[in-house]
Design a protein around this ligand. Sequence first.
Ligand code: ATP
Length: 317
Amino acid sequence: MTDYQIPVLEVTQLGKRIGKKTIVNDLSFSIKQGEIFGFLGPNGAGKTTTIRMLVGLIRPTSGTISIGGFSLEKHFTRAISQVGCIVENPELYPYLTGRENLQIFARMLPSIDEERIDEVVQLVKMEHRIDEVVKTYSLGMRQRLGIAQALLGRPKLLILDEPTNGLDPSGIRELRSFIRYLAHDEGISVFVSSHILHEVQLLCDRVAIIHQGQILQTADIDQLISEQTRIEWHLSPIDKAIKCLQNISFISSLESDTEQNKVWVHMPPSRIAETNQSLIENQIAVMSIQPYQKTLEDIFLELTRGDTVVTNDESNL
Ligand SMILES: Nc1ncnc2c1ncn2[C@@H]1O[C@H](COP(=O)(O)OP(=O)(O)OP(=O)(O)O)[C@@H](O)[C@H]1O
């Protein structure tokens, strides 16, 4: 079902100035169909301002946004009709049932019938509680209903601003598996902002790291982690081993301690076996191989040199 060729969201050199202050500067990224794209940054980095521009609540001062191939500026209605969005807490009527909330929202959209309401209720797996009043729902269920509301218009792109705020660990886990289902099984692209590294690492396929209104790095999560893997090799004879490793193209930043017979290199973990084989073919004894993998948090801290981002302690996953 997933087609990774079509960019559902394309953002080019997006910028926002308010007065003399640059809030967001030169953001460029694109999101493919069925992809979960994390927008990770500390408080005040510019995430909400970016989301407000993506959903047409404020105008960019520079750059372009294209949704499903339509420019948000030139074809606003066509572009925005492909977006479903909820901010931190969805706006719901507490004294009405879940279904009545969806019916009210559906009236604002063209051609949404009861059948579509039943479909989204099934999609968010709320069939058993949808006819109860919202004030009896947990925060996690309200989030689901908010997502159901956002899905009513069959969006290609779902935008979620810090969706796990206020949820307990089981609610977070449930929401995570639900978002993955929507993206990977239903083919909906998801843009999700977060200040929690661990959450992004567990949820997203790709991430843009934003700091002071600028993207520091955009990367595939798995690739990012594997590129940042440092491998410790215990080898003998060490001088011959170093020469051998220096000739391998995918190995970088070689450091060694000849007294301990140890070498540390950066390389993809998937190439360990072939490296091991070429060492053995060169009559080098391999005593041990120890990979050390950086977390997204380590990578973020290196990029930003220590600005505050919440670690997995707070996310409590
Ligand atoms: N209308 C405005 N006028 C002046 N400054 C603003 C305005 N809106 C946002 N800012 C500033 O821009 C910066 C980015 O704000 P934004 O809300 O986009 O950050 P954020 O990454 O979403 O952080 P948070 O998670 O705290 O909301 C902040 O320093 C904020 O104070």
